[in-house]
Unconditional design. Sequence first.
Length: 287
Amino acid sequence: MPNIKLLQPTSLDEALSHLSAKSDETKIISGGTALVIMLKNRLIAPATLLSLAGLQELRGIRHEPGIGLRIGALATIREAETSLVIRERQPILAQTFGKVGNIRVRHAATVGGNLSEADYASDPPCVLVALRARAKARSARAEREIPLMDFFKGFYETALAPDEILTELIVPDALPETRAAYVKYVSRSSEDRPCVGMAAVVENQADGSCKSLRLVAGAVAETPQEIASAEALAGGKRLTDTVIDEIADAYSSAIEPLSDLRGSAWYRKQIIRVMARRAMQQALDGH
Ligand SMILES: Cc1cc2nc3c(=O)[nH]c(=O)nc-3n(C[C@H](O)[C@H](O)[C@H](O)COP(=O)(O)OP(=O)(O)OC[C@H]3O[C@@H](n4cnc5c(N)ncnc54)[C@H](O)[C@@H]3O)c2cc1C
């Protein structure tokens, strides 16, 4: 690797001030699990690496009443997977983090790095879209919140500006009658990225009928996919096996998946139907 300057700021303001002056020649590094591979393969050649590792203010995981879960961008995926507060408030999220790669990757990789990398074949993004999470971004200019639905723009592309750092992930509290599940289908090794990931979040009414359904597919297109016309089929109905089949069929018919080494578009369509059905059933069964 060519000579690269490494900056190790100890405060967010220091990091942002460097980024505001030199964002064109700087790459942010958090856990480095994705970035080091890009460097080694000479896909990027930044003059400077800006390490976020010393920014303690981006590390915490807590719950704030009225806001929800607040997960610092620098929390590792393993910390998020094992966090008691995430397990208690949003078990689906802890389970999803536990499905990322292998334990060595999860110990080093960060929540913020996973989202900022925006690899389409990742696990957390579709779940976070289904939970209507928001990303908090800071620059020397301002701070803003970006709904995760608008965060992913394309292959390895996010809504973050070059001088912005993703600082925090906010996951709003679920209503009491909400059930959720994430199912991951891998077509190669068990530690691989998903061929298809599917998140289902079901909000029920007191009488057991469905108030709203969010069904979001990951790893099947450039960005997480939600098919509103299929989700709408759940409105006001009890999610019986017949209704679930109807929704899964409509979802798989409407979606236009990509082809890659993990599966062709045709293959993915078949898997999407099965995963949509499984995600809804698992959400309702509560496992
Ligand atoms: C063997 C292996 C298996 C994997 N399997 C899976 C899997 O099954 N599922 C899955 O979802 N993922 C998987 N991954 C991907 C892994 O989750 C990501 O590599 C990781 O989450 C990236 O986090 P990081 O902290 O290491 O980011 P880094 O490598 O440090 O950075 C990644 C990118 O994000 C930018 N960045 C980092 N932090 C920030 C920030 N706070 N603000 C703005 N930009 C930032 C960097 O500039 C860089 O472009 C796998 C990776 C490996 C190596």
